[in-house]
Design a protein around this ligand. Structure first.
Ligand code: SF4
Length: 491
């Protein structure tokens, strides 16, 4: 291993390159800790390395600045293919640099940002994979080496044509086999083995892109989950359960108890507050959880209804009461800049947090402005909640400052992200190839994007949106009527 000491990773899949082998780079332009905790990347790595004549090596944004692989230190430009997994709009700036260093490698992009709207990245990639790639990596490589296109494997120029033509592209959705061998490294869930328990989400939160781009909700079989865990035990004593809402699995409690009985530490990647009762609280303690995250999203009932989160204050307080005295640290996630947000909605964030704090928790709070994401009912909403544009950005900054000082007064550690960052992300998630061409990795790019594309921060009309060519299996009219109903309700 070129960079990492042998003890840092258990890597049963490392494959040495031999003359004549094709080199495939797997590029994650963000930090190692997030990349090593991404089960999709493990899947691709395992699949490429299982093909004769192909060798896969990994690149991470904070390791050699994405310029050399961590396995052999080989430069990106010496690879035949570079597969990029793109999870965050904020990484687009770095991608401009990294793709320019990929030499003649065929550059292919996939991941959640591509499932949402690949258009801003069309100037930087040869191909896009619009779908769930697990089980399909070999075909992907065959198609791109032949210079062809096939269903969800499409060239950049075809993406642009499709977004203009009105044709629709069916997204490949396939929950394949469990991943049975994987690298174990220290990521955002600690040093652990990742087990996917489900994909997609059965809930209907109006802001959530996960429920849309990974629909339908699919669960893994409980027996198979336990078999994978038996295997995991050979390399590590901790498992992370991966799903948008782990405790929504119909048999979550049963298999989680089983895992605890196998003497494994268990970390659910994400869970909803309304799945926490007395038994779940006890189970989470037995799993070894030292901290719990609850996402009320909004402080007031009025805005929580708009978000269709299905959570009210009673349910949130019930969950917190069940955990109180058992787990000390509690993190709360909220959003601001919601449609028709008023001052009293902002104040209610503080009130709800204070009620939770009084139960004896060490509370920390994370507050982000809402990004109206493509494919969600709230995709039409203006950034910042009202008129959108730069005026709304200024108002959001005032709200963020006010919250920061109020949280300080009540002794709660609050992380409030800069609204500009989220306004830029809104532009990137709604933009076309013209936004992509304006990207560069210089300091002034973000303020330039805000000035030049401020119209993308406003409320969208119901005409065709550039990303609607991606067919995720929902009806476009339904999305529009859901948004109209939400706005009528909140006004
Ligand atoms: S519960 Fe979570 S993952 Fe599911 S739709 Fe709501 S926000 Fe999305």
């Amino acid at each position: 291993m070129y960079l990492l000491e042998s003890k840092a990773e258990h890597n049963p899949l490392f494959k040495r390159w031999k003359k004549g082998d094709k080199r495939v780079a797997l590029v994650y332009p963000n930090a190692y800790a997030g990349g090593i905790a991404n089960i999709g990347l493990h899947q691709i790595y395992a699949e490429v390395n299982s093909i004769d004549g192909f060798v896969c090596e990994r690149f991470y944004g904070n390791v050699f600045n994405c310029e050399r692989s961590i396995e052999s230190g080989t430069k990106l430009k010496n690879f035949d293919v570079a597969l990029f997994s793109i999870q965050f709009e904020d990484d687009y700036f770095k991608l401009v640099d990294v793709t320019s260093k990929a030499g003649n490698a065929i550059k292919i992009a996939g991941g959640p940002c591509i499932l949402e709207n690949p258009l801003p990245l069309t100037p930087y990639f040869d191909y896009f994979y619009i779908g769930e790639v697990d089980g399909d990596v070999e075909r992907l490589l065959e198609v791109v080496f032949a210079g062809d296109e096939e269903d969800c494997i499409i060239k950049s120029e075809t993406v642009i044509e499709m977004s203009e033509s009105g044709d629709r592209l069916k997204v490949r959705k396939e929950l394949g086999q469990h991943l049975t061998r994987q690298i174990v490294g220290c990521g955002v869930y600690g040093k652990c083995y990742l087990i996917e328990v489900g994909r997609g989400c059965r809930r209907g939160c109006s802001f959530c892109v996960v429920r849309q781009i990974y629909r339908p909700c699919r669960w893994r079989n409980e027996k198979e989950i336990l078999e994978v865990a038996e295997n995991a035990k050979k390399v590590c004593n901790k498992v992370a359960l991966i799903s948008p809402s782990v405790t929504d699995h119909p048999n979550a409690k049963e298999f989680m108890w089983e895992l605890v009985n196998m003497n494994l530490e268990v970390s659910p990647s994400s869970m909803r507050a309304d799945t926490i009762d007395e038994e779940m609280a006890e189970l989470l303690v037995a799993c070894g959880q030292k901290s719990i995250t609850i996402a009320p999203e909004a402080g007031s009932e009025r805005l929580r209804r708009v978000l269709r989160k299905g959570l009210n204050e009673e349910k949130i307080l019930y969950a917190a009461n069940c955990i109180a005295g058992k787990i000390k640290n509690l993190k709360m996630y909220y959003m601001i800049g919601l449609p028709e947000e008023r001052d009293e909605d902002i104040k209610s964030i503080l009130k709800l947090t204070e009620k939770i704090k009084k139960l004896g928790f060490k509370v920390s709070v994370s507050i982000n402005p809402l990004i109206p994401k493509p494919h969600t009912p709230l995709q039409f909403a203006p950034f910042g909640g009202k008129h959108g544009g730069l005026t709304q950005l200024r108002e959001l900054k005032i709200k963020a400052k006010m919250l920061e000082s109020d949280f300080r007064k009540i002794g709660v550690n609050a992380k409030i992200e800069k609204p500009e960052k989220f306004a830029v992300q809104t532009i990137l998630s709604r933009g076309g190839a013209d936004v992509g061409k304006a990207l560069s990795n210089t300091k002034s790019t973000k303020s330039y994007l805000l000035r030049r594309f401020s119209h993308l921060l406003g409320e969208l009309n119901f005409e065709k949106q550039p990303w609607e060519f991606i067919d995720h299996g929902y009806r476009l009219e339904k999305l529009r009527s859901e948004y109209e109903n939400l706005i009528i309700e909140v006004c």
